[in-house]
Design a protein around this ligand. Sequence first.
Ligand code: ASP
Length: 437
Amino acid sequence: MVKVVKFGGSSLADAEHFRQVASIIKADPARKYVVPSAPGKRYKDDVKVTDVLYNCYNMVKNHEDIDEYYKQISARYNGIISDLGLSFDISGELEYIKNALQHRSGRDFAASRGEYLNGLILAKYLGYDFIDAENVIFFKENGSFDEEKTNDVMSEELKKHEHAVIPGFYGVMPNGTIKTFSRGGSDITGSIVARAAEADLYENWTDVSGFKMADPRIIDDPCTINTITYRELRELSYMGATVLHEEAIFPVRYANIPINIKNTNAPEAAGTMIVASSSEYDAEKIITGVAGKKGFSVITIEKDMMNSEVGFGRKVLEILEDNEISFEHLPSGIDNMSIVISSASLEGRREKLINTITRNVKADSVTVEDNLALIAIVGRGMVKAKGTAARVFDAISNAGINIRMIDQGSSEISIIVGIEEHDFEKAHNAIYHEFVK
Ligand code: ASP
């Protein structure tokens, strides 16, 4: 049995958390490979080490002196080392990094050092080998992640180590410079390591006991999800549910490795299991979760006899492509076509877009409405349960809310409704309480 364990920044924010993390790792011999984030916030207004490093980078860029400001990085790591009672001197590393920053090292290099230093300390504390991510995680020339090379090199490397710490968040470009994933990317590293180690389980340790069925800022004390499929999770994270980085699903999904979201501060809680297929895990509820986002606009194009015009849709989509706008949904009628896009992508090109569409497809009218919010109701249980859509719509209309758009994905695991932004919270509550009594 092999488990890959990733610990987030709040799980490694100070020495006390390091101790807790070590006791979790040592409690199960299967926990062989460990992926740490950089130290996160210790209290509400604290700063994450990654952010301090980004700030250092910006200061150097603005010709400001970082000598004084950088001291908080040294203090943070040296504090952890001395509180743990380790005899480990990282002053050379700290000096080297400061120097590199002062000599305008890359932005990603700067950010990655948070994980690098934390990995060194954690490896020392656990007595595990340290594998630098720059030797095992590769990006291609165009900046995209090189899955196959990484998997080949990393799996060979892991075989040489009974136990190891691999810092999260970064890898290397073909020219040898450091590149990071996007923010929160240590989750991705954990997933990549799990695939390369052919792990039985990828444990992702954070500061919450799993996914909630809805955003706790909107729904009071929502239930925790026990099991969720990768596909359901994709739908929910796409709609803004966060806990795990969206891209972290792909490597383990490919290798069919389940992910267990666990709480470092409450290790006995079961957390949430993310699994490939629902067959072994029957849905406990009709819906698994609800998530949503504000900030969408709808472009509606009307044209008589649109239905019989070959190539109409393609022409419209080409215009979006030329403007580098990606669309979210395309609900269409017989003589009209609506395109739901994020309002931000319209900025500065609204007029141009309307004019180009009107001209190129000879539309009767092209209108844009803003302030649309989307809510996704996701659940593998919906496939079997009749009348789910009706219950969603009833719940929304009984709350006195007007539905502006409906889209049921052909996958049958999600229903998406579009409503006015000001109805967002109310609609969320109505839907959630319809299914969770
Ligand atoms: N430390 C990085 C960040 O804050 C990556 C991570 O924590 O996953 O984004």
